[in-house]
Design a protein around this ligand. Structure first.
Ligand code: BEZ
Length: 304
C-alpha cells in the first residue's frame, strides 16, 4: 500500500465515480480501476460495495478513507517541512553591527564561503540587542555584536577586545599633542555618539567608559550611525570615540589618535543559539581564529 494507491482510492471515494476521479487525477479510467482493485486484493477486503452506483464505501472502506486522508495530509506536511529544513540548512543568516564590517568580518566570511561554497550567506544589519531576538526566532544563525547582554538561550563567545581611539577634526588643537590622548582630554568637547536608536548600543558603551573613569562629557550629540558621526567630526561639530578598525576613514578631514585609557576597548562578541550543533558555526569560529592567527591579533576563546 503506497501513497499513490491511497491518493487514488481517496479521490474515487470522494467523487463516488471512477470516470470523474480519473479526470481529476489526469489518468485514464482503466488504470485507475486496476489500481483500486489491486489495493482491495492486497488488503483482502472490498473497499466499495459491489455493484452500488454511485459508488458507496464499505465499512472497511470508510475506515481506510478516514485514515488515508490523514496520512496524505501528514505526508504533504512532511514533504513541505523537509524542503524547508533543506533550504534553511543551505543558508547561513548572519546578524552584524555595522562597525564589524570595518573589522575582520568581510575577510572571515570571504574565507568561510570558500570552505563552504554550498552555503549561501544572507546578511542582516542589526544591533546587538536585536541579534538576540533574531537568534531566538531563527531569523539569524549567528550574530556579531559589541554588547555583553546575558540571555539563557544564547551562547556568547568573546572573540577579542578591540581598542578604541579618538576621532578629531583635523584642525582640533589636541591633534598637536604628542603621544596618546586620554578621555579626560576630551570631556570639555562635544562628544558625538552613535547609534542613536536601538539602545542600549555602542553609544551607551562609550558613555559608560567615560563614567567608569568618573567623567561626564560636557555635551553629547547623538547621531544615527557611524558615517554621520565621522561626518560631524569632519565638520568640526565635536569629537567621537570609535573602534580602531575604522582607522583611515575620511582620512583627509578626520584625525585619529590613540587613547591611553586601558578601559577604552569594545568587545567583539559572537552569539549563537545555545545547544546549536551546526557544523557551519564551528567552521566560522575556526575561520575567525585562523584570520586572527594570520595577523597575530591577540584574542580570547572565552565563553561569556
Ligand atoms: C573582528 O574584527 O575581530 C571581527 C568582526 C566580526 C566578526 C568576527 C571578528
Amino acid at each position: 500500500m503506497d501513497l499513490r494507491h491511497l491518493r487514488y482510492f481517496v479521490t474515487v471515494a470522494e467523487e463516488k465515480n471512477f470516470t470523474r476521479a480519473a479526470e481529476k487525477l489526469f489518468i485514464a479510467q482503466p488504470p485507475l480501476s486496476r489500481q483500486v482493485r489491486q489495493l482491495e486484493e492486497e488488503l483482502g477486503v472490498n473497499l466499495f460495495v459491489p455493484g452500488a452506483r454511485p459508488l458507496e464505501l464499505t465499512e472497511a472502506g470508510t475506515f481506510l478513507y478516514a485514515h488515508a486522508t490523514q496520512l496524505l495530509i501528514k505526508a504533504s506536511d512532511v514533504k513541505t517541512m523537509t524542503r524547508r529544513i533543506g533550504c534553511i540548512h543551505g543558508t547561513l543568516n548572519i546578524g552584524y553591527v555595522a562597525s564589524t564590517l570595518y573589522g575582520f568580518l568581510p575577510e572571515i566570511i570571504r574565507k568561510f564561503k570558500k570552505e563552504a561554497p554550498e552555503l549561501s550567506v544572507v546578511w542582516h544589519e542589526m544591533g546587538s540587542v536585536q541579534q538576540l531576538e533574531a537568534l531566538k526566532t531563527g531569523k539569524i544563525d549567528v550574530g556579531f555584536g559589541r554588547l555583553r547582554i546575558e540571555d539563557a538561550a544564547i551562547r556568547r563567545i568573546l572573540l577579542r577586545e578591540e581598542k578604541l581611539m579618538a576621532a578629531l577634526p583635523v584642525e582640533h588643537s589636541l591633534t598637536q599633542k604628542q603621544g596618546q590622548l586620554s578621555l579626560l582630554d576630551l570631556v570639555e568637547d562635544t562628544l558625538i555618539v552613535y547609534p542613536r536608536d536601538r539602545r542600549p548600543s555602542f553609544a551607551d558603551q562609550v558613555l559608560s567608559i567615560f563614567a567608569d573613569y568618573g567623567l561626564k562629557p560636557a555635551n553629547v550629540m547623538e547621531v544615527r550611525e557611524l558615517q554621520i558621526a565621522l561626518g560631524m567630526v569632519a565638520a568640526g561639530e565635536g569629537v567621537s570615540i570609535v573602534p580602531t578598525s575604522l582607522y583611515g576613514l575620511r582620512r583627509n578631514d578626520v584625525q585619529y589618535m590613540a587613547l591611553s585609557d586601558v578601559q577604552a576597548v569594545s568587545p567583539i562578541i559572537m552569539s549563537v543559539r545555545n545547544m546549536d550543533p551546526s557544523d557551519s558555526l564551528r567552521a566560522i569560529l575556526d575561520v575567525v581564529y585562523q584570520v586572527y592567527d594570520s595577523k597575530s591579533i591577540s584574542y580570547t576563546r572565552e565563553s561569556l
